[in-house]
Design a protein around this ligand. Sequence first.
Ligand code: F6P
Length: 524
Amino acid sequence: MIADGLARSKAWQDLQRHRESLRARSLRDIVLADADRLARFQIAHRGLRFNFALNFATSETVDLLAKLAGEQKLEEARARMFAGERINSTENRAVLHTALRQKGDAPVRVDGKDVIPEIRATRRRMTQFSEDVREGRRLGATGKPIRHVVNIGIGGSDLGPRLAVKALAPFAKRVETHFVANADAFELLSIISKLDPAETLFLVVSKTFTTQETLLNANTAHRWLASKLGEAATARHFVAVSVNQKEVEKFGIAAANMFPIWDWVGGRFSLWSAVGLSIMLAIGPQHFDAMLDGAATMDDHFRTVPFAQNMPVMLALLGIWNRDFLGSSALAVLPYSERLRDFPRYLQQLEMESNGKTVTRDGHSATYETAPVIFGECGTVGQHSFHQWLHQGSDIVPADFIGIVEDDLNEPEHHRALQANMAAQAAALAFGRPQAAVPQEIYPGGRPSNLILLDRLDPFHFGMLIALYEHKVFTQGVVWNINSFDQPGVELGKQMARSLETTKAGIDEKDVILEQVFRFVSGR
Ligand code: F6P
């Protein structure tokens, strides 16, 4: 069945008419015709600035988009999420990553039970554990202090913590943190081959504790550790983060060495929970709290500010404008910061696993486009690679530029180069160069972009940035009428792999992979 409720709504149709009325105009013309646009098309809050002046949008576009959010009942949906209602309808779960960073003890109830006390109790355990490891009170089996932490997890149990630990590296002390996600043992082996097992702590992070890649890596790491220090050493060198205590114990990690998470935290929204233990071990509990405070600040902004001045709401709505009305099928994410190098990868999961769906909440097929392809790279690195395509390729692809205003950790000369390049790229993409001596040197321009500026890349602003995109994803899911919190599309491949692995002729036999696939598909 087709769902065209959104496409038939008044706001959507008004936006379509509005889009037609802009057909004759160029981005250059729209931007330059509007003198105070730079200041007006900007939302600033506590050291984070979102400037959307370089979008193919007028004040009328902004008003119509805000109306669309109203018609799609964003306010009501937002209230339901914060109140702990089971808005993840296919999995019948609440969605409460916001409770993990809530300031104060106001109760947040799921089916009448307040979740705040267990969040606080787990945070206290994480804090104690991190301090004990960092201060050398919790030692390895041979009495040596822990110097290396290896986080074994994948998807949401890897990408957020991996991003945070790199982004906040200057705040890290005492332990060095490593991440292993891939089922290819090369990743794990190339890390542990350089480590002393007596100084190494493994965090096995898996919400379900059934994820194949994570268990493969955890088992291999366990064999390595036991072969070096003996089986009894496991208890001092393995810690788990999971919902699933039964599977954790089956693996051989005692409940005392397990940190809980809950079914109301989605994997890709979980870095604020014990899934972020590697972050706390790296930067310490105080900086971890500052990261939570930054996110809580963004939560307050998202909850209280009118749509047209609301940072995540406008980021989301302009994304919908680009996707559904201007026809862009991708979004380039371009952080001008080495420390944010993993941000595009992180956003790929956050946006594409959340909103890469075409069946609506009520089970109909959407008649409009949903999540675009997210890709990206550190600004100046990407400039020497795919920016050619951004400037002169056949597709018009919008970009999110992410910059850091002050960076005392960078060499001033390098920092200035980053700033200049970022501004130059945004301007060149938007305005192009309409005339040139040879046609190949013409730049069409007309490529819109957002500019997101963090005063500093510290735990607080980092927390704000991540929460900004989380709420963007939520807002888009509400408008598109899809459930952003399940991921049914990843299951089929998992099931097929499991069944292929158990067939007699294993796919590790040379040259039989395609044969296996065809046999599987044809059911023979
Ligand atoms: O396969 C997708 C997925 O379920 C993600 O949603 C999740 O973040 C990842 O796998 C890891 O899951 P887990 O934390 O249960 O190991």
